[in-house]
Design a protein around this ligand. Structure first.
Ligand SMILES: [Zn+2]
Length: 338
C-alpha cells in the first residue's frame, strides 16, 4: 500500500510502505475511512524537531476493525472504533488514575496517514461504537482522537468551571477545540488570543466571547483589562513556544490554573517568576483515552461538531499539499481521504 513518509524538512512523500499486519497477539488492524494532519506534525516538517528519517507519519485515526490478534477480547472485526495517539493497556496504575498517555506500555502512534493501520494494545486503546456512524460524523469522531481530546484535557487541566473566565493561547485546531471544551464546561467568558480572521470566526462559533489579537506584553495587558485587572481563572496554552507559555502564565490570576498541551520547544521557566505568579501548572501529552467515551457520546448526540476544524479536504495521495497548506496557514486542519 501507499503511506506518508517524512524524509526531512518540507520533504513529505506518498510512497510504497509495508502493509500493516498483526505483529503482537494484542494488535488490531483498522481500515481508515479518513485521516488527517496534526499541528504537531509541523514541528518535524519544519525541521524544528529531529526525526529518524525517513519517518512514517500520522497519529490520529478512527475506522473499521478488519482483523484482531488472538489475545484481543473486547474489540471485534466490523466495529467502528476511535483510539488515541498514545496506546494504553487501560489497566496499569497510571491508566487507572486517568493518565493513559503515561501508560507503562505506552507507544506513540505513527503511520496513520495511510489507508490501513496497526494499533497495539487494541483492547485498552480503542473505544468501539455500538454501530457504524453516519458518514458525516466521521470527521468529528476523527477529531476526538487527538485535537478534541487534547483541547478537552487543556480545559480540564486548567480547571475550567461554570461561570469562570478562560483565556486560550493559540488558535490552531487544539486551541479552537479548547474553546469548545471550555464552553461545554460552562465557562462564562472565553477570551481567544488569535490574529487570524477565519480562526477568530470559528472560535466565536465554538463559544469565544472575546478576541485578543495582540501578543506578548500587549496581549497580556489587554487580557488584564478585560478581566478588570485580575487575570483569568483558567488559561490554556495550546502552542508550545516560550512566548505562548509566558503569555499564558502572565494572563492567569494569582491562584489561577494554567494548562499546557502544546509540545514545548525550547521553553524555559524562571523559578522566581513562577514563584511569585502563584499559578497552578498542569500539562503534558493529553490522556485522550480517558475522555474518549464521553467525547464520542457528545458527537453522536449532535451536541458538538469538532469536525468543523477541518477546513480543507484532500485525497491521501495529495498529503504533501496538505502539509504545505497547514505550514503556510492556508488551512487550519486538513482531512485526508483514501
Ligand atoms: Zn496503562
Amino acid at each position: 500500500m501507499k503511506g506518508t513518509v517524512l524524509y526531512g524538512p518540507r520533504d513529505v512523500r506518498w510512497e510504497d510502505v509495508s502493509e500493516p499486519r498483526i505483529e503482537q497477539p494484542t494488535d488490531a488492524i483498522l481500515r481508515l475511512p479518513a485521516t488527517c494532519i496534526c499541528g504537531s506534525d509541523l514541528w518535524p516538517y519544519r525541521g524544528l524537531m529531529p526525526i529518524p528519517a525517513p519517518a512514517p507519519m500520522g497519529h490520529e485515526y478512527c475506522g473499521y476493525v478488519e482483523e484482531t490478534g488472538p489475545e484481543v477480547r473486547h474489540i471485534r472485526p466490523g466495529q467502528f472504533v476511535v483510539g488515541s495517539f498514545a496506546t494504553s493497556d487501560n489497566t496499569c496504575p497510571h491508566c487507572r488514575y486517568g493518565y493513559h498517555s503515561s501508560c507503562v506500555r505506552r507507544e506513540f502512534m505513527s503511520r496513520a496517514q495511510a489507508p490501513w493501520l496497526r494499533v497495539p494494545l487494541a483492547d485498552g486503546t480503542l473505544v468501539p461504537l455500538p454501530e457504524a456512524p453516519p458518514p458525516e460524523m466521521i470527521p468529528s469522531l476523527l477529531a476526538c482522537s487527538d485535537v478534541l481530546g487534547t483541547g478537552w484535557f487543556a480545559a480540564d487541566a486548567a480547571q475550567v468551571r461554570p461561570g469562570g473566565t478562560v483565556v486560550v493561547v493559540g488558535d490552531g485546531a487544539v486551541g479552537l477545540l479548547g474553546v469548545l471544551s471550555a464552553r461545554q464546561m460552562g465557562a462564562e467568558r472565553i477570551i481567544l488570543m488569535s490574529r487570524h480572521e477565519a480562526r477568530q470566526k470559528l472560535g466565536r462559533e465554538f463559544g469565544a466571547t472575546d478576541i485578543v489579537a495582540a501578543r506578548g506584553d500587549e496581549g497580556v495587558a489587554q487580557v488584564k483589562e478585560l478581566t478588570h485587572g485580575v487575570g483569568a481563572d483558567s488559561v490554556l496554552e495550546c502552542v508550545g513556544t516560550q512566548e505562548a507559555m509566558m503569555q499564558a502564565i502572565r494572563c492567569a490570576r494569582p491562584g489561577g490554573h494554567v494548562s499546557f498541551v502544546g509540545v514545548p520547544h525550547e521553553v524555559r521557566l524562571d523559578g522566581t517568576e513562577l514563584f511569585f505568579s502563584h499559578v497552578h501548572l498542569h500539562g503534558g501529552p493529553a490522556p485522550v483515552r480517558r475522555y474518549l467515551p464521553m467525547l464520542m457520546e457528545l458527537v453522536l448526540e449532535g451536541r458538538i461538531q469538532p469536525g468543523k476544524v477541518f477546513d480543507l479536504e484532500l485525497p491521501l495521495s495529495a498529503v504533501a499539499e496538505g502539509y504545505r497548506a497547514m505550514d503556510e496557514r492556508r488551512a487550519i486542519k486538513v482531512l485526508l481521504r483514501p
